[in-house]
Design a protein around this ligand. Sequence first.
Ligand code: ASN
Length: 471
Amino acid sequence: MYFISYTSLHDRCFSKKTHYNITTDVTYPPFEFQKQNGQYTGIDVEIIRTIAKRENFSLDLKPISFNSGAQMVLSGQMDGIIAGMSITPERKRVYDFSRPYYRTGVVWAVSKKSNITKLSQLRGKTVALKTGTASADYGKSLQKKYGFKITYFNDSNTMYNDVVVGNSDAAFEDLPVMQYAIKNGLELKIPKQKVANAGWYGFAVRKGRNKALLASFNRGLDSIQKDGTYDRIIKKYLGQSQRHYSGNSASDSGSSSMWQLLKANFPSFVNGIIETLELTVVGIILASIWGIVLGVMGVAESRFFRGISTFIIYIFRGLPLLVLAFFIYIGMPHVLDAKIPAFVAGIVTLTLNEGAYTAAFVKGGFQAVDKGQMEAARSNGLSYWQSMHHIVMPQGIRIMVPSFINQFIITLKDTSILQAIGLVELTQTGNLIVARTQQGFQIWAIVAAIYLIMITLLTWLSNWVQHKIKA
Ligand code: ASN
């Protein structure tokens, strides 16, 4: 996890500094975005890091899609959020905000080539919105009046791209962010600079919680505004063009070959691969153990154990992986009143979900062994478990091997869903690189190739182990 820097780890382990988990948007330039080397930067990032230094606290800054990050603050998983977040009356009911630090408001934008100039021209057209944002609320409030359809996205970059490629006709976004993107090459334009819902950005914590953090933020903000640091940060990002958007997102922009992109983003890819592999390996081991336990319970003599096994398989095979991940990571802390690290939540999710599938085929494998085998064993004087252990199981396991290999591959692919709870695995790494380079075709091709390579290696490894066991 590259965003846990050595210093923050060191601080956490060896010093008495208070430590906070703070979330930020995945990509929201100029407020937060990823640099080539995988580091996070931007106005929000510099503000919170500078304040942390002055106020002597350490922090992990976690990039998570705005909507999920905001929910994680409410569930207590995260201590605070700095994500170009508008202070709105609705939000004030559940968050405590810092003093406002940046002026904002909502605008709408269309493709550079579009001839739409008025909202009334959006009738029957599609508007792109970013889930859970103030600009999405505003866009939605106009839907009835102007009769447009809505599609939702989890990050700003994907939303802009949808308009650039022509799937959507317009997008609603905050003025400073949209202006910055356009200035830096995004192929959109703002037809009418009429700003709606003008307001301010603030740093937020859950209402009534983390008062010390909020007080530190306010004190720190005061101090950086007084000594000119705040102005320097703003000027650094707004004073010059940063070229985030290469313009055309299609593959014809041709500015970088796949090889160049792979080389330039190598450290990020490696981090993503490591995270994916860690999740996969730990997930496979625990899900297999749990699945075998449940599967064996499923063929027990006792009806009670069989019932429990069937019930657990029913629940966890029935829940979508994403729902389970959100339930564990965002839902459970509300009840437990304790934080669950994202990695742990991810592993528990994989274990429960993949374990249920494993249990189902383990049970099926045992049941597939000819009944006569058990009967013969029993009539030869073996107990139920002796017959299972010596006669049924060895045959059943042979039947299950292909299903195990299949489940390993599925587990590897399923780790990509865990990006939703803030794990920067391979898929999220791809997202972040696309947001920075705008080379959607090349980056997703590279990510796909890496997955295929990993899956091929995993299959080879499984087959090799299978042969070893047989030998
Ligand atoms: N500006 C958005 C809001 O306040 C937050 C974001 O998109 N990062 O809802």
